[in-house]
Design a protein around this ligand. Structure first.
Ligand code: GTP
Length: 118
């Protein structure tokens, strides 16, 4: 599932938040296909992508590295913390793991992506 937020006035997309169920490993291929389509959308070329791997509270959910691998993001993600990409042509993209029921993880992701929204 992707949540695309647009600024009200300019109809400009500010960020893509892409949610993947870390527990449903048999759907990773499908998730990768959808994600790849969004990543190659010219209209989103410079838009930051926050990938949220959810349901990590469930036993056997994929680890962050596993999810990164299955989504084809190994070596592609741009780094957590403060990473200045303003002078580069690199689109910010990062994976954060979370549990909605335990209310954990997603805050770090939104904090990370907020540094790239003007
Ligand atoms: N344990 C757990 N349950 C969650 C989490 N996030 C959502 N759920 C529950 O999972 C159920 C289905 O919600 P989602 O998976 O978010 O819904 P969805 O993505 O529209 O469903 P699918 O398209 O079928 O994957 C609901 O009962 C949620 O409360 C989580 O992080 N941990």
């Amino acid at each position: 599932m992707a949540i695309v937020t647009e600024s009200q006035q300019e109809h400009r997309v500010d960020v893509v938040v892409y949610l993947v169920d870390a527990y449903e490993k048999d759907r990773f291929a499908e998730s990768k296909k959808e994600l790849d389509a969004l990543l190659s959308d010219e209209g989103l070329a410079s838009v930051p992508f926050l990938i949220l791997g959810k349901k990590i509270d469930i036993l056997y959910a994929a680890s962050e590295d596993e999810l990164r691998y299955h989504l084809g993001l190994t070596g592609v993600t741009t780094g957590k913390g403060k990473v200045n990409l303003a002078d580069s042509n690199v689109r910010p993209i990062e994976v954060f793991m979370c549990s909605i029921v335990r209310r954990m993880g997603y805050g770090d992701g939104f904090k990370w992506v907020s540094q790239y929204i003007n």
